[in-house]
Design a protein around this ligand. Structure first.
Ligand code: HEC
Length: 111
């Protein structure tokens, strides 16, 4: 009979939440944040770059990239993707990004 089959389904559905509570889910620490810095660009990236995505995209770029890459990326965010930060913020953000995530970072401060 169908009703017995449906009954079994209902029982299975009722048990599902019990099974779920037995699972232990430990999430990794949130690492997709900008590395704190004294550089003025740190405040600016917090303000201008987190509107659309986390720092993940920045963190996953190779650490060997030159200032010109960060310059081009900041420009791309503004011109191609429409990031609404004022033009005068660019230089400080490029400086922070190059010195924190790019080829200009001090080796000891590698994030
Ligand atoms: C208006 C939304 C927006 C803002 C604001 C924004 N981004 Fe992006 N960003 C994007 C999009 C869209 C992509 C492309 C995502 C993809 O390709 O999947 C991207 C990708 C990136 C990447 C990956 C490399 C690449 O060239 O695609 C980096 C690095 C990056 N953003 C850095 C920044 C930085 C630094 C800032 C602040 C200056 C910033 N973003 C602000 C939308 C934004």
């Amino acid at each position: 009979m169908h009703s017995r089959f449906l009954g079994a389904l209902a029982l299975a559905a009722a048990c599902a939440p019990l099974t779920a509570t037995a699972l232990q889910v430990t999430l990794p620490a949130e690492t997709a944040v900008y590395v704190p810095s004294e550089l003025p660009g740190y405040q600016l990236v917090q303000q201008n770059c987190l509107i659309c995505h986390s720092a993940q995209y920045v963190l996953t770029q190779p650490r060997t990239l030159p200032r010109s890459y960060w310059q081009a990326t900041v420009e791309k965010m503004s011109k191609a993707f429409g990031a609404p930060f004022p033009e005068q913020d660019s230089a400080a953000m490029v400086d922070y990004l190059s010195r924190t995530y790019g080829a200009e970072r001090p080796a000891a401060a590698a994030p």
